[in-house]
Ligand binder design. Structure first.
Ligand SMILES: [Zn+2]
Length: 452
């Protein structure tokens, strides 16, 4: 009952705190069922399984699934679309006019559009995931949420269903960080006094800017806000949280990360422990794979995040390669939840390869963020095309807080060694303008091999 759940910290306690062995048993059962379903109902998987020399009967364990079934990439579907003219790329496994409730078509590409479909049950299951994750981040009945960016992709249906289930009122607004829209946001925030703010960082920055121009006190504007939900594809580092706190007065422990990959309907978020993003293992099987060999990795190891939707009816997604690097870990969280968590660091192209270890800008912000004087103004240098021996960093610091630059450098090197086991060389520049820029952003990985 809703009244009892209000006092509870879990939306679905039985599932969210299930012992690991039971989760893994359930996953294997669902993997096999989804695999059989996909193979027998879609031209795409019949073909890709045949090419990989595998049949559903060969998959008896999770390890079989990890090692024998190929990772599915957007490019594979693109090729299939161009070959057959089928916008679903051979993935559609139900009659379009009878069972499909929602179609997501991605925009901005030329040629055959990229289209995914969802049945009513697909949406309802995704709404369970949404509700669980919203509840976990502290969303409660009767809250008023100011949501920018919820009208994004097909996510709107899942999100509104989730809001309805929990009984939350939403003020839905446009996410585009344009000045006239941001001005509207400011006025709405001022008079509606929401308890939750949900929106991407870019939109928030536009609101800060608009509020300053309008002479509105940002902290007052956010004074009713209990929780901030941000991320939406960007990495919410400690530095980002601190910047939001400085503007809004909302402390980092009440700023939450939320994101996902729209096509397989996979979403994740952090809990009050802020120790990686929770995901729903009964609905998705998530694992990191080695970037080069495509071998499955152990808990906590870094590689490409690969996601399998365990319930999809309309367009099954087996081993969807997200092209994002990160890690998946299975240790129980301090909040009591037993499902795996993941940390996403970004695209591999934005990382420095130090002896095979990928170091991301988000790593630098998270690991060094606590050192007094640290700023987000830094550049990692890519001085060789292959793996490098040491991480070369150029950094600008907050000079008022760094009394002894040599000691600061020692601290940076020590932390990087301790957390990533990476050797580094650190140079502190005179001013921010000594760093390479693109527009008004510092280049986080500067490719010296491309310079003349
Ligand atoms: Zn947790």
């Amino acid at each position: 009952m809703l009244v009892e759940s209000e006092l509870d910290k879990f939306w679905n306690k039985r599932i969210e705190t299930m012992p690991r062995e039971e989760i893994e048993e359930l996953q294997l059962k669902k993997i096999k069922a989804e695999l059989n379903y996909a193979y027998h109902n879609t031209p795409f998987y019949k073909k890709s399984f045949k090419e990989a020399g595998v049949t559903p009967e060969d998959i008896k364990t999770v390890n079989d699934f990890d090692t024998k079934v190929p990772i599915l990439y957007k490019d594979d579907l693109r090729a299939e679309r161009s070959r057959t003219g089928d916008p679903f790329g051979g993935l559609l496994s139900v009659p379009l006019n009878e069972r499909v409730k929602v179609i997501n078509a991605s925009t901005g590409t030329t040629g055959v559009p990229s289209v995914f479909a969802y049945t009513n049950d697909d949406w309802l299951t995704a709404a369970e995931q949404e509700t669980r994750l919203k509840w976990m981040r502290g969303w409660r009945p009767k809250d008023l949420v100011f949501a920018t960016g919820i009208r994004w992709h097909g996510y709107v249906v899942i999100s509104s269903t989730g809001l309805d289930i929990v009984n939350i009122t939403g003020i839905s607004e446009c996410m585009y960080p344009l000045p006239h829209i941001a001005k509207r946001h400011v006025i709405e925030m001022k008079y509606m006094k929401p308890q939750i703010f949900a929106g991407p960082m870019l939109t928030m920055s536009a609101i800060f800017e608009a509020a300053k121009k309008m002479g509105e006190d940002i902290k007052k504007l956010f004074s009713s806000v209990r929780l901030i939900d941000t991320g939406y594809g960007e990495i919410v580092t400690k530095t980002v949280k601190r910047r939001i706190e400085a503007e809004t007065g909302v402390p980092p422990e009440r700023i939450f990360d939320f994101g996902g990959v729209a096509d397989p309907l996979w979403y994740f978020g952090d809990c009050e422990e802020h120790a990686g993003n929770h995901q729903c293992d009964d609905l998705f099987y998530t694992r990191a794979f080695d970037l080069e060999t495509h071998e499955p990795l152990a808990s906590g190891e870094r590689g490409e995040i690969v996601v399998t939707n365990l319930f999809a009816e309309a367009t099954p997604m087996l081993k969807w390669g997200t092209e994002d690097t990160g890690s998946v870990f299975s240790e129980k969280c301090g909040c009591g939840r037993t499902h795996t968590r993941s940390t996403i660091l970004g695209r591999e192209a934005f990382a420095a390869n130090i002896k095979g270890m990928r170091v991301f800008p988000a790593d630098i912000e998270n690991i060094l963020g606590d050192i007094p004087g640290f700023t987000e103004w830094f550049t990692m240098l890519k001085y060789s095309k292959g793996p490098m021996d040491t991480l070369k960093l150029k950094m600008a610091t907050d000079r008022d807080k760094v009394k002894d630059p040599e000691e600061y450098k020692r601290q940076v090197k020590r932390k990087l060694k301790e957390k990533l086991d990476v050797d580094s060389e650190v140079e502190i520049v005179e001013s921010v303008s000594d760093l390479p820029f693109v527009g008004h952003k510092v280049v986080k990985l500067f490719d010296m091999t491309k310079q003349a």
